[in-house]
Design a protein around this ligand. Structure first.
Ligand SMILES: Nc1ncnc2c1ncn2[C@@H]1O[C@H](COP(=O)(O)OP(=O)(O)OP(=O)(O)O)[C@@H](O)[C@H]1O
Ligand code: SF4
Length: 309
């Protein structure tokens, strides 16, 4: 693992094309805010210690991509893996809040940006534009080239160290940012995509477009997950299908890709996400827990299976 600066941060300027300036963030020291100065060349990368990269995609907003990213990172950690979470949902970064890291600052050291670690063992590392904003609810109003340059820099300039998995949260849809992240990551590691949908037909229709995106960009589809698949009552654990159900499984079968499982709407999960807690540690008896744990195990199996991802 490359040496990360644990002590006072050095004031090394990151690689071109960025110029960086230390900017104070209220009550929590300085963070480095990148300012693009030129078109971005392909970077050699800082991902040499990362074994598997999982891109989490959905065609529609609000279906639970960030939730799945955060919880699968925790579930993989509970399986003894070292995990990184890269949040490239630049306009709606929610992973820092969900993992209780909101308000943390990114530091700079000789090997690049030091991610924010969730624990002393450094078993979950996070990088998000949310750490670079002066105010957590500030909007990033940038045009495509600047966003693409920041994504490139997240890939090339973060000192991830040794990771078993890097889970990447993306914006909804198939935009420029998706192409940028696929291009930026492609040369580094075997890459797979996890497609998230909800049971309603519209979300399933949108996820079909994600499947097309994966085919066109040569991304291996690790599997489909159906989220918000029924409401799990916290009192009796009865699962009520608020919407239709089974759409994700049918879609996966139709597309010839694995179906990894269904996660119910779970009030305990919602609360844990709001509070930034460790759901996989704190709620082993809750209805969403076995579903998430089983999906994480299938991802581990997929990572061990021969193939491009
Ligand atoms: N299975 C679940 N049980 C309870 N609440 C959930 C579940 N999945 C997601 N949520 C809640 O639904 C909301 C939307 O989820 P999330 O932010 O993960 O979606 P997203 O697809 O990442 O959204 P965006 O497109 O805005 O990035 C969040 O408030 C989250 O807490
Ligand atoms: S789901 Fe129905 S049966 Fe279960 S506690 Fe709620 S109201 Fe009662």
């Amino acid at each position: 693992m490359p040496a990360l600066c644990g002590g006072p941060r050095s004031q090394t300027t990151p690689r071109l094309p960025w110029t960086c300036s230390p900017r104070p963030i209220s009550g929590r020291g300085a963070c480095w805010v990148p300012v693009p100065t030129a078109p971005v060349p392909p970077a050699p990368g800082n991902l040499s210690g990362v074994r598997h990269i999982l891109l989490v995609l959905s065609g529609k907003g609000g279906v639970g991509k960030s939730t799945l990213c955060a919880q699968l990172a925790l579930a993989l950690r509970h399986e003894g893996k070292k995990v990184g979470v890269l949040d490239v949902d630049l306009c709606g970064p929610s992973v820092p809040r969900m993992l209780g890291a909101q308000g943390s600052a990114v530091h700079q050291c000789d090997s690049g940006w030091v991610p924010v670690y969730m624990d002393q063992e450094q078993s979950v590392a996070l990088m998000s534009v949310g750490f670079l904003l002066e105010k957590p609810d500030e909007a990033l109003v940038w045009r495509g080239p600047k966003k693409n340059a920041l994504i490139q820099q997240f890939v090339s300039d973060v000192a991830w160290g040794e990771l078993d998995f890097l889970v990447v949260d993306t914006p909804p849809g198939t935009s420029d940012e998706h192409l940028s992240v696929v291009e930026a990551l492609r040369s580094h590691q075997p890459l797979g995509a996890l497609l998230v949908t909800t049971p309603q037909a519209v979300a399933v229709g949108d996820v079909r477009r994600e499947l097309t995106f994966c085919r066109k960009t040569g991304l291996r589809v690790v599997g489909v997950v159906e989220n918000m698949s029924g409401f799990a009552c916290p009192h009796c654990s009865e699962c009520t299908n608020v919407f239709s159900t089974g759409g994700g499984e049918e879609l996966a079968r139709h597309a010839g890709v694995p179906f990894l499982g269904s996660v119910p709407l779970d009030p305990q999960l919602a609360r844990s996400l709001e509070e930034g807690g460790d759901f996989m540690r704190d709620f082993p008896g809750s209805p969403a827990y076995p579903a998430l744990a089983a999906i994480a195990r299938k991802i581990l199996d997929a990572a061990q299976a021969p193939g491009p991802g």
